[in-house]
Design a protein around this ligand. Structure first.
Ligand code: SF4
Length: 157
C-alpha cells in the first residue's frame, strides 16, 4: 500500500488529538474532490514497516495523548488497500488499547464487500459515501457533503 501523508499529531481529522494516515488509491472520482492527487494507487510512497512501527509508538506515546487513529485518503477501503489496512487496524486494536479508529471511504456501508466489512468490524466509526458537490455543506462536521453518513459502530468504552 502507498500513502500520501502521515500526521503524527492531528486535531482536524476526527475528534481529539489523533494520528492520521492518508492512503493512496481511490476509484470514485468525485467531481470537486479535494485530494485528486491521491487517486492513483501507485502515487505517494510505500507504507513501510518502519512507518507502521512509528504510528504504533505515536498512538501509545503518553507525552502527547492521542485519542485514536484516522484513516483517510484516497480510499482506505479501495480493494487493493484492504489487505494492508485490515492488518493495520487489527494491529492497532491489539497494540493500542483504548484508542479509537475512524475511517473515511467513498463506498457506502451497504455496498461493501465481505473483505471490506472485515475492516469495518475493527472500526469505531465509519464515515461513508462519495463527496457530492451539490450537497456540499461547510457547516457539516467530519464530512464534506450531506449524503455522507457518520456510522458510530461501537459503544464508548
Ligand atoms: S472518495 Fe474522497 S478521495 Fe475519493 S474521489 Fe471522492 S472525495 Fe476524492
Amino acid at each position: 500500500m502507498n500513502i500520501h501523508q502521515y500526521y503524527p499529531v492531528d486535531v482536524v481529522n476526527g475528534p481529539g488529538t489523533r494520528c492520521t494516515l492518508f492512503v493512496a488509491g481511490c476509484e470514485h472520482e468525485c467531481p470537486g474532490c479535494y485530494n485528486q492527487r491521491t487517486w492513483r494507487l501507485n502515487s505517494g510512497v510505500p507504507f513501510t514497516i518502519e512507518m507502521e512501527e512509528q504510528l504504533i509508538n505515536d498512538l501509545n506515546d503518553r507525552r502527547i495523548p492521542r485519542q485514536g487513529l484516522s484513516l483517510s485518503g484516497g480510499d482506505p477501503l479501495h480493494p487493493a488497500n484492504v489487505p494492508d489496512v485490515l492488518r493495520l487496524v487489527r494491529r492497532v486494536r491489539r497494540a493500542c488499547p483504548g484508542k479509537d479508529i475512524w475511517l473515511w471511504t467513498g463506498y457506502t456501508l451497504a455496498e461493501l464487500s465481505e473483505a471490506q466489512r472485515k475492516v469495518v468490524a475493527e472500526l469505531d466509526v465509519l464515515v461513508d459515501g462519495k463527496f457530492i458537490q451539490a450537497l456540499k455543506d461547510a457547516k457539516l462536521i467530519w464530512r464534506g457533503s450531506s449524503n455522507q453518513v457518520i456510522h458510530y459502530l461501537r459503544k464508548a468504552d
